[in-house]
Design a protein around this ligand. Structure first.
Ligand SMILES: [Cu+2]
Length: 150
């Protein structure tokens, strides 16, 4: 017997946010060592802003791991160098590194992780702000800018 397929619309936070500006963003880190975003704009209305990093690839994190790290632009180089020394077990972030304003853990293909930013604290930190992957050498390709109140 023929049974019509009932399509259930799945509303996600991002699709609901057409009218209002969303206080969240999804960013993808791929097997090709890229992010799919080079700029993230945090709307002025957001007190908190959640970044979800997804890895749609298949490669494991010891080969093509990615994280999402936020620092002032001036700190990026030093943070990546310290992170490389810290190693994979620390998600390539030096323990207690005060220059790191926010970060996800290191993930491999099929995984995701989120971090929520406090926009008032970020305003105090000053800028310009950059995000990048701190896996060794990835930040040459995997980086972008984050702006507040746009
Ligand atoms: Cu990476």
């Amino acid at each position: 017997m023929f049974r019509p397929v009932v399509a259930i619309a799945t509303l996600t936070l991002s699709s609901l946010a057409w009218a209002d500006q969303p206080c969240s963003v999804d960013i993808h880190g791929t097997d090709q060592m890229t992010y799919d975003l080079t700029t993230i704009k945090v709307p002025a209305s957001c007190k908190k802003f959640t970044v979800t990093l997804q890895h749609p690839g298949e490669m494991p994190k010891n080969v093509m791991g990615h994280n999402w790290v936020l620092t002032k632009e001036a700190d990026m180089q030093a943070v990546t160098e310290a992170g490389a020394k810290a190693g994979e077990a620390e998600s390539y972030i030096e323990k207690g590194d005060q220059r790191v304003l926010a970060h996800t853990k290191l993930i491999g293909g099929g995984e995701e992780d989120s971090v929520t930013l406090d926009t008032a604290a970020l305003k105090k930190a000053g800028g310009p702000l950059v995000f990048f992957c701190s896996y060794p050498f990835h930040s040459t390709m995997m980086k972008g800018t984050l702006t507040l109140g746009g």
